[in-house]
Design a binder for this molecule. Structure first.
Ligand code: ADP
Length: 286
């Protein structure tokens, strides 16, 4: 499902002494099925922006067009938009509330008015996708699970609604490395299987570089860059100046290049850099 943002402005507490312009003339479009990484320093406007995409915030001015429709026009019901655009907030496990894992995941699909068979099927598919065994977890209380498992239950709850657009705000925040990698693998798998549009907000630049088709960079309410990871991370100085990192592997690739390694200086993946180093060391001998 495509997304188009046209001249979006948003002002918190307008006409008060605390007025704050959080989005400043933001325009961009996202194609159906793209995986977008959204980065920016704290306070740059990321969360204000994503809340516009399912109508939680209404623009001060400008347009949000989802699948060709302006979502704030009179004939569009925001409840319909929210079925198509799933938003997973930071620490979504705080919103778990049902007595069992199965009921929690089924809550969203039930509200869509689906048949019991369809709900069962969706719950099972979503649990499989986040790698929670249905038999083992379905009757457990969400509150007796580990942090990583709780997070996966809450992600499954949104996934089971099968949104065409899925927005994840720092989905790995506060998790240990193993749980973090699990969640990221699940998101990758989800994208491959459902071919939905994904927007991933993350402070982890390496993950963003690795997964994204394009990266949107926010600074002070404006989208200052929106391009492929290679083209965005070329701007090392600019990114550093606005308090963002560049992928560690990219830094290593550039250092190696300076030291006469025959290497593509726009490498992001660990596997690619290991292969390139091996080729340089072996130089055809191994
Ligand atoms: P990010 O998600 O990138 O950290 P936000 O969208 O949360 O940025 O915030 C953008 C700006 O809007 C910041 O200056 C922030 O302080 C301000 N802001 C966010 N939420 C509110 C709010 N509810 N009331 C007033 N100002 C807010």
């Amino acid at each position: 499902m495509s997304i188009e943002i046209r001249n979006l402005n948003y002002i918190y507490m307008k006409d008060t002494p605390f007025e704050k312009k959080a989005l400043d003339d933001v325009s961009f479009s996202i194609n159906d099925g793209e995986f977008i990484g959204l980065i920016g320093h704290t306070g740059s406007g990321k969360s204000t922006l994503i809340q516009h995409l399912n109508g939680l915030l209404k623009p001060s001015s400008g347009e949000v067009i989802i699948d060709g429709y302006n979502i704030f026009s009179k004939n569009i019901k925001l409840s319909d938009i929210r079925k198509k655009v799933g938003l997973i907030f930071q620490y979504p496990e705080y919103q778990l509330f049902e007595e069992t894992v199965e009921k929690d995941i089924a809550f969203g699909p039930k509200n869509l008015g689906l048949s019991n068979d369809e709900i069962d099927g969706r719950v099972k598919r979503a649990m499989e996708l986040v790698e929670l065994s249905y038999e083992k977890f379905k009757d457990l209380s969400p509150f007796e699970l580990s942090g990583g498992e709780k997070r996966r239950v809450s992600i499954a709850g949104i996934v089971a609604m099968e949104p065409k657009v899925l927005i994840l705000d720092e989905p790995t925040a506060g998790l240990d490395p193993k749980a973090r990698n699990n969640i990221l693998d699940n998101i990758k798998k989800l994208h491959l299987e459902y071919k939905n549009t994904i927007i991933l907000v993350s402070h982890n630049i390496d993950d963003i570089a690795d997964f994204s088709d394009r990266v949107l960079v926010m600074e002070n309410g404006k989208n200052i860059l929106f391009d492929t990871p290679v083209n965005v991370f070329k701007n090392m100085e600019l990114l550093k100046n606005i308090g963002l990192d560049v992928p560690q592997i990219l830094i290593l690739a550039r250092e190696l290049k300076k030291n006469n390694f025959d290497i593509d200086e726009n490498i992001f993946k660990l596997k690619d850099i290991v292969d390139a180093i091996r080729l340089n060391i072996c130089k055809g001998r191994c």
